[in-house]
Design a protein around this ligand. Structure first.
Ligand SMILES: [Zn+2]
Length: 315
């Protein structure tokens, strides 16, 4: 009798220990789970697909998402091809003010700073001229005041240009290659404007501003130090039969340039329908030299140079 009693006591004691251990481990598991990102994200309202996408991110990014209010669009913004973490707050606030716009437009606009006013004082910055032909000059990126000093500017021979035009030496070499390739097809690309000194840009801009006011002047001309023409990397081109800004886009030369200029290092800088990203009205005549490699990449990306620069070049 005594022996069995002892055995029952032992079994009961063991069972008790097992139950306690089980309960503790369930408790610990529960504590671990409620502190997990998965639990917190699901608890915040995200569905399991979205939660699993967020779980693939670094912890600081998961923490950031958890610090935000739940939003059903956040996942769409994050999954955009050109999404950049440094801009997430601006995407969210711009989206909330512009819900009619597509997610890809929201991303593009913020990436090129177009959620700000052109020339916004708190946004503008001096461009990195050490990037040379990859540098960005637009309504937010300006040239340093002494930029003119060390440029190797040459005068364009008169059969390539309307009037006396200047341009950086290596851009000139690239232009001549492009000119000759077009000529083989009976097309003539003539330079109508090339390098402008800062004082020439000052003159051009202030004349427009006096005549049409700041708003109109800003649409068609760059403020001094903000002009690509001051870099010596930009060309305005026409042809003999289509020698105005309104007619050039109808020329066979323009069509040829659209399909071939990148092979010589040039891109159409202000394309049609991209005014909200470039800050400029469509300019069929304005081409920018980027070098063959970069021009090809930009051409193939289908992006404006402003977008390309923001995502791929500026770190
Ligand atoms: Zn131009």
């Amino acid at each position: 009798m005594k022996k069995t009693r002892i055995r029952y006591d032992r079994i009961a004691g063991l069972l008790f220990i097992v139950i306690v251990v089980l309960l503790i481990s369930i408790g610990i598991k529960h504590i671990i789970y409620v502190n997990s990102y998965e639990y917190k994200l699901l608890n915040k309202g995200y569905d399991s697909d979205t939660t699993h996408y967020f779980l693939t991110l670094d912890d600081d990014k998961k923490d950031y998402i958890l610090s935000l209010d739940y939003s059903d669009y956040l996942i769409n913004i994050l999954k955009e091809k050109y999404f950049m973490w440094k801009n997430i707050d601006r995407y969210i606030s711009y989206y909330n003010e512009n819900k009619d716009k597509s997610y890809s437009d929201i991303i593009a606009i913020v990436n090129v700073n177009a959620d700000k006013k052109w020339y916004d004082e708190s946004t503008v910055k001096e461009t990195d001229t050490s990037l040379k032909e990859s540098m960005l000059v637009n309504k937010f990126y300006y040239l340093p005041k002494d930029y003119d000093n060390n440029l190797n500017v040459v005068t364009v021979k008169n059969w390539y240009a309307f009037g006396e035009r200047k341009i950086i030496d290596y851009v000139y070499d690239a232009f001549i290659k492009m000119y000759n390739a077009a000529k083989e097809e009976g097309l003539y690309i003539i330079i109508n404007s090339g390098y402008r000194t800062n004082s020439e840009q000052v003159k051009l801009y202030t004349e427009r501003e006096k005549k049409n006011g700041t708003e109109e002047a800003d649409k068609y001309a760059a403020r001094p130090l903000y002009s690509e023409h001051e870099t010596g990397l930009a060309l305005d081109v026409f042809t003999y039969d289509y020698a105005t800004t309104t007619t050039f886009e109808n020329s066979p030369e323009y069509k040829w340039l659209l399909n071939n200029s990148y092979k010589y290092g040039f891109i159409l800088r202000y394309p049609k329908g991209k005014e909200y990203l470039t800050g400029y009205e469509y300019e069929s005549w304005h081409f920018r030299y980027l070098g063959v490699e970069l021009a090809t990449k930009v051409y193939e990306s289908g992006l404006t140079f402003d977008e390309y620069y923001a995502y791929y070049i500026e770190k």
